[in-house]
Each structure stands twice: as structure tokens, then as C-alpha cells.
Design a protein around this ligand. Structure first.
Ligand code: F6P
Length: 323
């Protein structure tokens, strides 16, 4: 393989740039030509492709966002869109691809690889950590650190005013950020899509704690954990326990930006390196992840169809640590 393409797709994640850098540098070291594709599958369809040199990725190992931009493409979901994308790759002589993204990216990569026989390997980049086949996704650690920093600040003001704060973190379908923040931030409770807690349990535990003269409480709510998110949870608690002074903070996209943590930079660099080695070794149709500290390939099909469950032991731990 002499010429490969690389692209970033779906929600950006801190560490994508470090991974891109590793892909470009490793491929160049191995004597390959690398082409960057802008805006994910949209750029593939429109032929927004450019030659990358090692210098194209100078000084980005520590930056958030993605140099290649990202997008979600409706057109790529159609056979016609994918045919156009393949035509553009052929035009540029691209023989293999490295895809940096999450669930949607790998669903697209699986179909595209099967339809046209082009080898594609993927590096798991999403703050949600919701991909089967890797213990950590690139960006997750940074997002948790960012959210925790905010939770620490909220705790100061919550304590001063003796309030209950509902802090909403990202995760439409997954509660990994929420659980990590709840354990690391000493929250009283966590609400996730995967392991919903009964409202009666939340009310009882908040009430019991306040009767024991707690001076503040933090409840971490994953975006998709309950209807209405943190506002929904706060409204229900306010209705049942009107003596509690409640507030809501939604952290939002602040969690997706910023410099990647040391862990994410290293993970991103190592997986970017491994993806190129994988292509050279004849791999395709698979994501490279980190399982029990070992780099492991998992087919795209498995990575997107199997669910990485939240550990219920950890979820229960949150309540126990805040007695
Ligand atoms: O990247 C994952 C994620 O941040 C989810 O946690 C969140 O629900 C979603 O992306 C938001 O996507 P968008 O930025 O397109 O609104």
C-alpha cells in the first residue's frame, strides 16, 4: 500500500489531532503518501482531499478539535453517495483509509469497506467512551477532567448556599462520563441512560442526607439519563421536596473542547501509530482499541453492534460513597 487517506468524522474529541499527527508521521516514515480528507464523509464525496506532509501536523499534538474538520453526512448514508466517495478516492489513487471517529463513523466505514473492498482501520475517538472493543476512547479522559473541574467549582458555591445542584454532562445514550464524574467528584447520585435509578430512591436518599445536616449535594445527570435531562430531574425533586434549594447547570459542549489530557495524547498517538501498522499488515474493517492495556482489533460490525455496558458496581458505589 503506497497511498492512504485519513479523515475525522462525527463529534470531535480532544486527542483527534494527536491521532492524526501519528497517522501522518507513521505513514510517512513507512514510505507512504498520506492524503487528508476534510469534513469526514462529506469531504470524501465532494473530493475535498489534499496531500499531507509531516509538517502539516506540526504543533497539533496538544490541541483540541480537529485540523481536518468534522461533519455528519446524510449523503453517505445512500449508495449513490458512497459510490461518489469511492470514485473520489480512486481519482486520488487512495488504497486504504484511517477513520477517526465514533459509532456513526464506523457504521459508515463497515458498509463502505464491504461494498468497495477498500481496507479501512479506525481509531475510537469520542468523548462518550461508548464503543465496544476498547476500555477507553480518545477524548473521554479529557472530557471527564473538564467536567470534574466544573463540578469542583460548583461544589464551592453549592456548599456556601446549602443547595442541591443537578449537573448535566454529555452522553445522549451513555453514562460513562456521568459515572466517572460522580465517583471522582463525590456526587450524591448519578442518573444514566443505562442504569436508571428509581425516582423514589433518589428522593429518599437526598432527603435522608439533608436530614443528617448535609450542607450541599451534587447529582450528576447524563444528558440522556432522564426525560428533560438535569432540568427534568430537578423539577421532579423540587415538586417532592420543596424545602430543598435546587439549581441546574448544563455543562454542554465545553466538555468536547480543550487540550487533550496526557492520557488522551498518549492513547491517541499510540492508536494512530497502530492503525497504520495495521493497514500495512493487511488489516481492514476493524477498529483498534485498548483492552486490558493491550492494543486489540475489533471488527467494525462488533464495535458498533455490541454494547459496552456500564459497570453497575460502579454506579451503586456512588450512593455508598456519599452516605
Ligand atoms: O460526541 C458525542 C456527543 O458529545 C454526545 O455526548 C452528545 O449527545 C452529542 O455528541 C452532541 O452532538 P452535537 O454536537 O452534534 O449536538
Amino acid at each position: 500500500m503506497k497511498r492512504i487517506g485519513v479523515f475525522t468524522s462525527g463529534g470531535d474529541a480532544p486527542g483527534m489531532n494527536a491521532c492524526l499527527r501519528a497517522v501522518v508521521r507513521t505513514a510517512t516514515y513507512q514510505g507512504m503518501e498520506v492524503y487528508g480528507i476534510r469534513r469526514g464523509y462529506s469531504g470524501m464525496i465532494s473530493g475535498d482531499v489534499f496531500r499531507m506532509q509531516p509538517s502539516s501536523v506540526s504543533n497539533i499534538v496538544h490541541t483540541g478539535g480537529t485540523l481536518l474538520k468534522s461533519a455528519r453526512s446524510e449523503e453517505f448514508l445512500t449508495p449513490e453517495g458512497r459510490r461518489k466517495a469511492y470514485g473520489e478516492l480512486r481519482k486520488h489513487g487512495i488504497e486504504g483509509l484511517v477513520a477517526l471517529g465514533g459509532n456513526g463513523t464506523f457504521q459508515g466505514a463497515r458498509i463502505f469497506g464491504e461494498e468497495f473492498g477498500i481496507p479501512i482501520v479506525g481509531a475510537p475517538c469520542t468523548i462518550d467512551n461508548d464503543l465496544f472493543g476498547t476500555d477507553h476512547t480518545i477524548g473521554f479522559d479529557t472530557a471527564v477532567n473538564t467536567a470534574l473541574d466544573a463540578v469542583d467549582r460548583i461544589r464551592d458555591t453549592a456548599d456556601s448556599h446549602e443547595r442541591v445542584f443537578f449537573v448535566e454532562v454529555m452522553g445522549r445514550d451513555s453514562g460513562f462520563i456521568a459515572v466517572s464524574c460522580a465517583i471522582g467528584g463525590g456526587a450524591e447520585a448519578v442518573i444514566t441512560p443505562e442504569e436508571p435509578i428509581p425516582m423514589s430512591y433518589l428522593l429518599d436518599s437526598l432527603n435522608a442526607r439533608w436530614q443528617r445536616a448535609k450542607s450541599s449535594s451534587i447529582v450528576i445527570v447524563a444528558e440522556g439519563g432522564i426525560e428533560g435531562g438535569a432540568h427534568g430531574a430537578a423539577t421532579r425533586v423540587r415538586d417532592a421536596l420543596p424545602h430543598l434549594d435546587t439549581r441546574v447547570t448544563i455543562l454542554g459542549h465545553v466538555q468536547r473542547g480543550g487540550a487533550p489530557s496526557a492520557f488522551d495524547r498518549r492513547l491517541a498517538s499510540e492508536l494512530g501509530f497502530g492503525c497504520v501498522q495495521g493497514l500495512l499488515a493487511g488489516r481492514g474493517g476493524a477498529m483498534l482499541g485498548l483492552l486490558a492495556s493491550r492494543q486489540t482489533f475489533t471488527s467494525f460490525g462488533e464495535a458498533v453492534s455490541r454494547r459496552k455496558g456500564l459497570d453497575p458496581y460502579r454506579v451503586k458505589m456512588v450512593g455508598k460513597l456519599s452516605v
